[in-house]
Design a protein around this ligand. Structure first.
Ligand SMILES: [Zn+2]
Length: 429
C-alpha cells in the first residue's frame, strides 16, 4: 500500500509547513516541498487541513479487566482513535490490578488482536497497589511495560518508593507517582479557595499535592532515578518542579487538558462531571499551569481518561466518584488552549506526541519524519463538532464538555500506515 498525502500543513517536531508526504507500508518514506510523482494506491488532498503525528496519551484508564461496565479495551481504544490518539499508556488500577507479567500479556494480546490504537502498559509499583510489597519489577519490565505506577493512589511509604526507584533506574523506566497526601485530601471534594467557600463544598488544600511533589523530587535527587509526576494541578507544585529542573534533578511531569480549561469557578452547577482528582485548579493555580506549559516546566499533556457509568455519576457532587472521560476531547482542547491562552499550537502538539515518545522511550513514533511509523492524524482545525453522548465513542460520557461545540474535527487517522478513520468514520464498519 502506497499513499500520497498532498498539500498538508504539517505540525510536528521535525517537519513544519505545507508538505507532500508518502506513506509506504507502515512508514513515512518521503516528505517534500515539491510535487511527488509515482503510482499510488490512494491520493489524499489535504489542502487547508493539518497533519499531525497521532497523539500519544500516556495517562489513560481503560477499566479492563474488572470494570468493563465503565469501559473495555475495545470501546476505549476505539474512543482513542476517534480523538486522534494512536497510542495510549494504560494505568494498572484495574481488578485484578496489573501487578504481574500475565496481565501485561493479557493487555498486549487483546489490544494487538483489536488492532485499533496502540496500547502501552504501565504496571503497578506494589502488589494489588496496596503500597506494601513491590511487584517483580524485573520480570514485568521484560514484558514491555513503559513505566510503573500505583496511580489512583500514591506510593506512600518512602522506603518502598526508594526501593522502587533504585530498581527502576537499572531498568531505565520511570516511576509515575500520583502525588496526594490522603490524610489531607479526605478533608474535601474540590480545591480549597474562594469558590469552595462560595459554593459551600468542603475544600482540599493545595499542600495535599505539593507536599508529596516535594518529597518525590527529593527522592529523585537522592536516588538519581526518574520520577514522573502525574497530573500536576497547583502553582506550588509547578514552582517545585521548575526549581528541580534547574538543579537537573531527573523529574518530569504532566497536566491534563481539563485542568488547562476549567477552574474551581466552573463548579457553579455542582456537576459531578467536574469532580476530578486532583481537583480543578483555582485561578492562580490555573495561570501557573499555563505558565508551566509555556516555559517547559510541564513536559506533557494527558487526558487522565477516567470513564464512569451514568449511574455512578448521577449522584450528588459529594458522593460522585472522581474522574472525567477525556480521550475524545484532548485534541480539540489543545486548539482551544492555544487560542484562549496564546500558546503556540505546535508546542502543545509536541507535548502529546514527540515529548511523551522520548520520555517513555516509545520508539519511532510521535513525529512526522522519514523513517518514522506512519501514525498520522488529518485534522480540520476550523470545523467544529458538538460534544454529546452520542458523539462520544467511549462508554464514559462523564465530561464537562457535554453540550459544547469544540474546534477541530478528526478526518483521518492512520496507525502504522493503515487507515482506521476516513471522512470522520471508522473504516471497518
Ligand atoms: Zn492519578
Amino acid at each position: 500500500m502506497k499513499i500520497l498525502i498532498k498539500n498538508a500543513n504539517v505540525v510536528s517536531h521535525s517537519t513544519k509547513g505545507i508538505k507532500n508526504l508518502v506513506v509506504e507500508n507502515e512508514r513515512i518514506t518521503e516528505i517534500s516541498d515539491k510535487e511527488i510523482e509515482g503510482n499510488f494506491n490512494l491520493v489524499m488532498d489535504a489542502k487547508l487541513k493539518t497533519i499531525i503525528p497521532g497523539l500519544i496519551d500516556i495517562h489513560v484508564h481503560l477499566r479492563d479487566p474488572g470494570f468493563e461496565e465503565r469501559e473495555n479495551l475495545e470501546t476505549g481504544l476505539r474512543a482513542a482513535l476517534n480523538g486522534g490518539v494512536t497510542s495510549v499508556g494504560v494505568m494498572p488500577n484495574t481488578e485484578p490490578c496489573i501487578d504481574n507479567p500475565y496481565l501485561v500479556d493479557y493487555l498486549s494480546l487483546k489490544s494487538e488482536k483489536l488492532n485499533m490504537a496502540k496500547l502501552f502498559s504501565i504496571a503497578a509499583v506494589t502488589k494489588k497497589r496496596e503500597g506494601k510489597e513491590l511487584v517483580d519489577m524485573v520480570k514485568i519490565s521484560n514484558r514491555g511495560v513503559i513505566a510503573f505506577s500505583d496511580d489512583g493512589d500514591p506510593v506512600e511509604d518512602p522506603l518502598i518508593m526508594l526501593k522502587a526507584l533504585e530498581i527502576a533506574k537499572k531498568l531505565k523506566k520511570p516511576i509515575i507517582n500520583h502525588c496526594e497526601v490522603k490524610e489531607l485530601s479526605k478533608l474535601g471534594y474540590m480545591r480549597e479557595g474562594f469558590y469552595s467557600h462560595y459554593y459551600d463544598i468542603p475544600g482540599v488544600p493545595d499542600i495535599t499535592e505539593s507536599i508529596m511533589v516535594a518529597r518525590d523530587i527529593e527522592m529523585a535527587r537522592y536516588a538519581q532515578s526518574h520520577v514522573h509526576i502525574a497530573h500536576l494541578s497547583t502553582k506550588s507544585s509547578v514552582d517545585l518542579v521548575r526549581q528541580a529542573k534547574i538543579k537537573n534533578i531527573p523529574v518530569t511531569c504532566e497536566v491534563t487538558h481539563n485542568h488547562l480549561l476549567f477552574t474551581d469557578k466552573s463548579i457553579s452547577d455542582y456537576s459531578p462531571n467536574k469532580k476530578v482528582n486532583p481537583p480543578l485548579p483555582t485561578n492562580d493555580d490555573h495561570l501557573a499551569l499555563i505558565e508551566g506549559i509555556k516555559d517547559e516546566t510541564i513536559d506533557i499533556i494527558v487526558s487522565d481518561h477516567a470513564p464512569y457509568t451514568k449511574e455512578e455519576k448521577s449522584v450528588d457532587f459529594a458522593k460522585a466518584p472522581y474522574g472525567i472521560s477525556g480521550l475524545e476531547t484532548l485534541l480539540s482542547s489543545l486548539i482551544l488552549i492555544s487560542k484562549n491562552y496564546d500558546v503556540d499550537f505546535s508546542k502543545l502538539i509536541e507535548k502529546v506526541t514527540y515529548v511523551p515518545a522520548r520520555i517513555f522511550d516509545l520508539g519511532l513514533i510521535g513525529d512526522v519524519k522519514e523513517g518514522y511509523l506512519a501514525d498520522l492524524v488529518l485534522l480540520d482545525p476550523e470545523k467544529e463538532w458538538l460534544v454529546e453522548e452520542k458523539s462520544l465513542v467511549s462508554k464514559g460520557k462523564n465530561t464537562p464538555f457535554l453540550g459544547s461545540l469544540l474546534p477541530g474535527k478528526v478526518e483521518m487517522v492512520m496507525v502504522r500506515g493503515v487507515i482506521k478513520i476516513l471522512g470522520g468514520r471508522f473504516t471497518w464498519n
